[in-house]
Ligand binder design. Structure first.
Ligand SMILES: [Fe+2]
Ligand SMILES: [Fe+2]
Length: 135
C-alpha cells in the first residue's frame, strides 16, 4: 500500500508543480515499498538518493517561480523546504550507515510532511501564482 497517494485535492492549480509532486510522491512510495519488501539495501540507497535529488530539483522549481513572480511569503516557505532536505538527509545517512533508526518512521515523517506542505504551503503559493496568471 502506498504511504501517500495523490488525488485532485492535492492540486495546487499549477501544472508543473502538480506533475513534480506526483513524481515525488511516487518516489517516496517506491522507496518505502522497497523497505517493506525487504529489498536489497543497495536498491533502497539508490531510491533514497534519487528521491533526495528530485526533491532538491523540485524545491528549485518552486524557488525559481517565487523569484520570478516576487512571492512575498517565500522566506518561510523556503525554510520549510530546508527542513525536509535535512530530514531526508538523515534517511540517506541512515541507509548508508546501517544504524538502528527505524527508516519506516522517517518515511512516515517525510510523507506526512509532504502532504501537509502541499495541502497548505504549496497551495497558498499556487493560489498566488494563479493570480499572476500562471497555471
Ligand atoms: Fe512542492
Ligand atoms: Fe513548497
Amino acid at each position: 500500500m502506498p504511504i501517500l497517494e495523490w488525488d485532485d485535492s492535492y492540486s495546487v492549480g499549477v501544472e508543473l508543480i502538480d506533475s513534480e509532486h506526483k513524481q515525488l510522491i511516487g518516489m517516496i512510495n517506491k522507496a518505502y515499498d522497497s523497505i517493506k519488501n525487504m529489498e536489497e539495501e543497495k536498491v533502497l540507497v539508490e531510491l533514497v538518493k534519487d528521491m533526495n535529488a528530485y526533491a532538491a530539483a523540485h524545491f528549485g522549481t518552486e524557488e525559481k517561480l517565487m523569484k520570478e513572480h516576487g512571492y512575498p511569503a517565500s522566506e518561510g516557505h523556503l525554510k520549510m523546504h530546508d527542513e525536509f532536505a535535512i530530514k531526508a538527509k538523515t534517511l540517506h545517512n541512515f541507509v548508508r550507515s546501517e544504524n538502528e533508526i527505524e527508516p519506516v518512521k522517517v518515511f512516515k515523517f517525510l510523507a506526512d510532511w509532504l502532504r501537509d506542505h502541499i495541502l497548505k504551503t504549496d497551495k497558498d503559493f499556487g493560489k498566488f501564482l494563479n493570480e499572476q496568471g500562471v497555471r
